[in-house]
Design a protein around this ligand. Structure first.
Ligand code: P6P
Length: 337
């Protein structure tokens, strides 16, 4: 080429990888890709941007506080819970790539009736997890998992009541001191920070890999009196060597565990006999992300992704984090069996 031109390539100078560009690049690398997942993730990205904006304004535009209603879980519903759920439901339906939606806020699974607007994906989501922390400004987040339906003409409960091994993508968006989307489509985990000035998620944490062991344990020790012997044995052991950190907002506690290492747990106990966290839209997505980042997720006796829920709001105990830390936890369960 004549010297009148400078030859440049990707990565030349300040090359900002946006979430949109990254998702499209994944599609281009997958020969069988149709672009449907790209459009579904674009809808999720929009929902996260919108919710991020409203969470920041909540204290200023009377979006804090309760609606006065309770959800299917019997939990007080915050105004932001309803807004977030509406935003994600509408964005996912409008994408034309969803077939079934399962939301923490809705009692029943939703099937897209209009076949012209129905896609091939199932999205399970907690639109705003940790909402008990909203009114005091503590970080909260959206959690989502993506599966494929077996037959878009005949969606059924069989598409939902199955193990987490059927996940094809999962992620969360944390609304904290900064807004970050953590996403995996099955080939590792990447983090994207929202630049509100331009409304783009920018890749800030490429290829997140968890350390094999951490220095932090995260569990609500207020429930210690309800713990089984194995959980008590592990907590008594780990507190001799690690620091304790517990936000009480799963997305925040997982985000710290993913980036710093260590272990998070919400075990089943005598008060919450099946645990508190919901399998389809909390346990599975987080277990998927942690495993994609080289960590481990377990009930104590079973790999979390091998659980088969009994219904769409079923719950399970969960421990997840650095592989060696979770293996130590499992050794306590084995010793107490
Ligand atoms: P506890 C928030 O309500 C949530 O669902 C998760 O985000 C969090 O990990 C857990 O419950 C905290 O529960 O009983 O410790 O307040």
């Amino acid at each position: 080429m004549s010297n009148e031109f400078e030859s440049v390539q990707v990565g030349h100078g300040e090359d900002l990888m946006t979430l949109t560009r990254w998702v499209i690049a994944q599609q281009q690398h997958a020969p069988e890709a149709t672009g449907d997942l790209t459009l579904l993730l674009t809808a999720i990205q929009f929902g996260c941007k919108f919710v991020a904006s409203k969470v920041k304004q909540a204290g200023l535009i009377n979006l804090l506080g309760l609606t006065g209603a309770a959800n299917v879980q019997g939990e007080d519903v915050k105004k932001l819970d309803v807004l977030a759920n509406d935003i994600f439901r509408n964005a996912l339906i409008a994408s034309g790539k969803a077939c079934i939606l399962v939301s923490e806020e809705d009692e029943k699974a939703m099937v897209i009736q209009d076949h012209g607007q129905r896609g091939k994906y199932i999205v399970t989501f907690d639109p705003l997890d940790g909402s008990s922390n909203i009114d005091c400004g503590v970080s909260i987040g959206t959690i989502f998992g993506i599966f494929k339906v077996e037959d878009t003409e005949n969606p059924s409960m069989k598409d939902l009541i199955r193990s987490g091994r059927h996940l094809i993508a999962a992620g969360y968006c944390m609304y904290g001191s900064y807004c970050e989307m953590i996403l995996s489509v099955g080939n590792g985990v990447n983090g994207f920070t929202l630049d509100p000035a331009i409304g783009e998620f920018i890749m800030t944490h490429p290829n997140i890999v968890m350390p094999p062991r951490g220095k932090i344990y995260s569990v609500n020790e207020g429930n210690y009196k309800y713990f089984n012997e194995a959980s008590k044995k592990y907590v008594d052991q780990v507190k001799q060597k690690y620091s304790a950190r517990y936000v009480g907002s799963m997305v925040s506690d997982i985000h710290r565990t993913l980036l710093y290492g260590g272990i998070f747990g919400y075990p089943a106990d005598s008060k919450s006999k099946k645990g508190k966290l919901r399998i389809l839209y909390e346990v599975f997505p987080m277990a998927y992300l942690i495993e994609q980042a080289g960590g481990k997720a377990s009930t104590g006796t079973q790999n979390a992704l091998d659980i088969i829920p009994e219904h769409i709001h079923d719950r399970s105990g969960i421990w997840l984090g650095s592989k060696e830390d979770v293996e130590e936890l499992e050794a306590c369960y084995k010793a107490c069996a």
